[in-house]
Ligand binder design. Sequence first.
Ligand code: PMP
Length: 360
Amino acid sequence: MSSSFCSPVVAGLVPYVPGEQPNIDKLVKLNTNENPYPPSPWVVSAITEAARHGLQFYPDPESSALRQAIAAHLGLAAPQVFLGNGSDEVLAHAFFAFFQHGCPLLMPDISYSFYQVYCRLYSIAVQTVALADGLRLQVADYACAPDLSVAGVVLANPNAPTGIGLPLADIEALLQMHPQRVVLVDEAYVDFGGQSAIGLIAAYPNLLVVHTLSKSRSLAGLRIGYACGQPPLIEALERVKNSFNSYPLDRLAIAGGIAAFADQAYFEQTRNAVMSSREGLALALEDLGFVVLPSQANFLFAQHPAHDAAALAADLRALGVLVRHFKLARIAQYLRISVGTPTQCDRLVQVLQALLQAGA
Ligand code: PMP
């Protein structure tokens, strides 16, 4: 590709490809791990109110009120929280701030594929560590000495796209293995049954935990993510952010984010609904012959021993059900299925049943 106007680095980029967002009527959309429920009505009121006042002014560059609300919610202090335009942006700034050491960053071979995209963007070498049997992460595989020969460790917990969660003791072991480097734990899906490492922040200056409001708070469309860690890590992220964009969160996002944390009852209700649908969907898929990995996230990773995953995904799409398929070694026979409402899950199972019977 690449026009002669571009710097050579652009030709070498391998951009992330997000799941499709098609405009198809009555689509059952289970391909991008969004929440099937809308955000709290409090969020919509807060955004509407915010839209009435002050859009002619820039937002607070520090998003102080939202930062304070998040800190209070997590039992942290505001200087331990950094906000960005979706956790993707927070991750990008963290990669820039902490992993450019001229040695490789450790990450699982199967994980959130944006990590490798940032590495390419910022010329960070990558050393992938193969997940063990059953696509499980084994922390012992991350040991290496001397510590300064790696740039750090990044992992998602629960992992994506497997959905498998790691116990906190494993995260603590990783932090102790690499005391000189940042261990970034991406907890995008933690509210659906995972164990959060937020409580370890006080003890580990090398821990950075990243969260998003896109999943458990139903705000993928508003773009809010944040990182938590000890103040020196947060200050480093601020330096990067303030060298890039002073206002990553607009006024509507700040107002909506605060309201999302205020309505704790709605959060509990919707995440419990998703977790309960997940268990029902896993059983229904198993009844259809799928092997389903144990998930602590809002999606399932499943394969059918007798049916090709790519073909199933294409056939499902033709019948109005979108799931995600990754054409990647080791996971090419899996489908990643976001947990929908009970009605959406029923529809998926119905369509799958028909496809399997027809011998798709
Ligand atoms: N981390 C993981 C593991 C994800 O799956 C996603 C969603 N694609 C993100 C981070 C980014 O989420 P967002 O930018 O919407 O906060």
